[in-house]
Write a protein that binds this ligand. Structure first.
Ligand code: ATP
Length: 376
């Protein structure tokens, strides 16, 4: 039966040659039971360490871990009813697929009839029924990873932990397996925690996303909230492709009130948030998809560099006249060439504003109420 997972001030230190390395620091969060939750972040941010602590393969240096009301901090992996699938596929090469999937059940003493029933069910869910009597060497990488997922599935775990299970697969297989993993989640009564460094996977598969930054929690929210309401510049940059444009600006007092003044733009800003920040350096963030060829309340000049075609859309990689990198995405940029000067529009409601430490001051909804003004 699926159980919620609670982490309370969890810290993990590694000690070697007299030095201490903090892999995970002060992590407090609750993963809802039965949810599909993704741990995401750049290499070395502590994703695998966190997953291994949930599995019981690592013990926290400090803090408490519980499944529902049960404190599992010091409990061995076998006592947690967790199943884990790793990036490197660990199959027994001399056993058929059927025996590989059923091996864990056999060790637990599950009778053969029951084993076969569960293996057949898993194989059907993962679409590998035809492969059951083959040896692992006869399977493709994607099929082998399905077998590994099948071994986890048949154990009927309360918690299913997946550590980058698709990172060695090509893009097409990845897309197929994403669907299988989601189907697996629907059929299992388990809380699924999935590790990836691929934010697209995190955004497309999850009920919620845990974004880590150097071992600490940066934001824990549903995918849409991470995209629309990032708590920091780090989140805005990590989530979304291409990355959010970051335009340096200064808070200015003008005849019209307060403004976020950058290279060729001056966005009106509310007094209650910005009156005590006059003169401060801030950063205005805008997603490339929200820079429009059809104009907007404000305008930005972009000098085009490389233009890429992505299906029906075109990505212009350019820069402002003062050299700040800017990407813009639209179906309307097909005729743009290297060196062209574009004027793109944007609306204040689509902006993010960050302070000098990269923390979010406000999102666009706080700016959208101000009277729009064209750029100077
Ligand atoms: P990746 O995406 O590259 O797998 P990750 O986000 O999963 O990275 P972890 O593997 O959790 O990161 O590692 C977090 C930090 O802890 C890294 O700096 C790593 O070098 C360090 N680390 C992990 N395991 C150990 C260990 N056994 N001994 C010492 N340091 C470790």
């Amino acid at each position: 039966m699926a159980r919620p997972i609670h982490l309370d001030s969890v810290r993990k230190e590694y000690r070697s040659a007299g030095s201490v390395h903090v892999a995970v620091d002060d992590l407090t969060l609750s993963i809802p039971e039965g949810s599909f939750t993704t741990l995401v972040g750049p290499s070395g941010c502590g994703k695998t360490t966190t997953l291994r602590m949930i599995a019981g393969l690592e013990t926290p240096t400090e803090g408490r871990l519980s499944f529902g009301d049960e404190d599992v901090t010091g409990q061995s992996p076998q006592d947690r009813n967790c199943a884990m699938v790793f990036q490197s596929i660990a199959l027994y090469p001399h056993m058929t697929v059927r025996r590989n999937i059923g091996y864990g059940l056999k060790v637990q003493g599950v009778p053969k009839d029951e084993r076969d029933r569960r293996i057949d069910e898993a194989a059907e869910t993962l679409q590998i029924t035809e492969q059951l009597e083959k040896m692992p060497a006869e399977l493709s990488g994607g099929q082998q990873q399905r077998v590994a997922l099948g071994s986890a599935f048949v154990q009927d775990p309360d918690v299913l932990l997946l550590d980058e299970p698709m990172s060695d697969l090509d893009a097409k297989l990845k897309a197929e397996l994403r669907v299988e993993v989601q189907r697996l989640h629907q059929e299992l009564d388990a809380t699924v925690v999935y590790v990836t460094h691929d934010q697209t996977e995190a955004m497309t598969m999850s009920d919620q996303v845990i974004l880590l930054n150097q071992g600490r929690l940066e934001q824990f929210a549903p995918p849409g909230e991470l995209f629309d309401a990032p708590v920091s510049e780090y989140v805005a940059r990590f989530i979304g492709t291409p990355s959010t444009n970051l335009l340096p600006a200064t808070v200015a007092e003008t005849d019209d009130g307060y403004a976020l003044a950058g290279d060729g733009f001056g966005v009106l800003a509310p007094a209650d948030r910005f009156a005590d920040r006059v003169g401060d350096s801030i950063t205005v963030g805008i997603r490339p998809q929200y820079l429009s060829a059809d104009g907007g309340d404000y305008e930005l000049t972009v000098i085009a560099g490389v233009v890429e075609q992505l299906g029906t859309e075109f990505v212009v990689h350019g820069h402002t006249p003062d050299g700040t990198d800017v990407d813009a995405v639209s179906t309307a940029f097909g005729a743009v060439e290297h060196g062209d000067e574009l004027v793109v529009g944007f609306d204040p409601g689509d902006l993010f504003v960050f302070d000098a430490d990269g923390r979010t001051i406000c999102h666009g909804d706080a700016l959208a109420g101000e009277t729009p003004r064209q750029s100077p």
